[in-house]
Each structure stands twice: as structure tokens, then as C-alpha cells.
Design a protein around this ligand. Structure first.
Ligand SMILES: [Cu+2]
Length: 178
């Protein structure tokens, strides 16, 4: 009886501890958003929630988010080019850039199909990756020529190369999350 009660209490506590992203406080979201980049960047950044709500005004041209999009908790710190890229990707709209764009994801990324941002299920023959801490670099498409598109080559690689959202993933550690 004692054991069953302990298990029950344990389960209830576990469920209570599971993060419900919708219920998070602004402070929790801001802390996670800021953890995506070095504090030199995140301290002065605008903090924007995944739904576009500004949680804190910034003044250095960077925008940190607590997740990639609704329901996600992988934070990122984006420069102006990446803010534009993420808005386009969220809307399924075209995207082009005439300049370099930088984004920090020092807490790592979601598990994604390296070729297809819209894929939601891993199937045989597809290359999926869940990158650890990394920097993301978007450049005019012609500048991607010659960069590997293999996430497991040991260095930087192109993600989503045949889409408007092609960018270079630059791991900053040796560790993939998955
Ligand atoms: Cu990333």
C-alpha cells in the first residue's frame, strides 16, 4: 500500500513537472530565449514569443525566441535576416537574401529532416538530424556551392538545401542530440 501510494505520488508529481509550454510565465520564456545566444547578444536582444508577442523590447538588432514556433521549446537568437527567414518559413512563403544572416541555437535544435522542413515523420532512406549547440548561417544561394549537405560529415553542412530556407549549420560542439 505504501509503495503504491509512493508510486501514485511520484506519477502525479511527474505530470505536474512536465512543461506545459502554454502555461509558461514570461520570465521563463525570456530566460530560455536568452540562453540561445551569448549574453553579449541576448542581454540587449528583443525577446519575442513564438506567436510574435514581444515579451521584452531590445536595442541591439537581435531577436531571441523561446522556441522555433508554436509548441516548440528550442530557443534561437536571430539577426534581422533570420527574423525574415523564420517569418517566411512559418508562412510557407518564398525567401531570398542578398546578404549574410546569423542565428544562434546554443541549446540545440529540434529533430528534423535535413532535406525537408515540412516533414513530420522519419521514414526509411531519409536523413534526419537533431543538432546540438550550433550557429546557423544563411547566405545568398549561390554561395552555398561546395558546402556538404551531410549532417554527419563532422563539420558544417547545408540544411534544407533545395528549399528557399537553405542555410549552413555550424556545430559548435561535437555532440548531436540525436
Ligand atoms: Cu538550428
Amino acid at each position: 500500500m505504501r509503495t503504491r501510494l509512493n508510486i501514485l505520488v511520484g506519477v502525479v508529481m511527474l505530470v505536474a513537472a512536465l512543461p506545459s509550454l502554454a502555461d509558461e510565465s514570461a520570465a521563463t520564456k525570456i530566460t530560455r530565449a536568452m540562453s540561445a545566444g551569448p549574453s553579449n547578444i541576448s542581454a540587449g536582444a528583443t525577446i519575442m514569443d513564438v506567436d510574435g508577442t514581444v515579451l521584452r523590447e531590445g536595442d541591439n538588432g537581435w531577436t531571441c525566441m523561446p522556441g522555433i514556433g508554436p509548441g516548440d521549446d528550442h530557443p534561437m537568437c536571430n539577426d534581422a535576416v533570420w527574423v525574415r527567414l523564420m517569418a517566411a518559413a512559418g508562412a510557407g512563403a518564398d525567401f531570398q537574401t542578398d546578404r549574410i544572416g546569423l542565428s544562434y541555437m546554443l541549446q540545440g535544435d529540434a529533430h528534423v529532416n535535413n532535406a525537408d522542413p515540412s516533414d513530420t515523420e522519419q521514414n526509411e532512406g531519409e536523413v534526419w538530424v537533431q543538432e546540438g549547440p550550433h550557429l546557423m548561417v544563411v547566405v545568398p544561394k549561390a554561395a552555398l556551392l561546395g558546402v556538404s549537405d551531410d549532417p554527419y560529415n563532422g563539420g558544417p553542412y547545408v540544411m534544407w538545401g533545395d528549399t528557399p530556407y537553405a542555410h549552413i549549420m555550424v556545430p559548435t560542439t561535437n555532440d548531436k542530440l540525436r
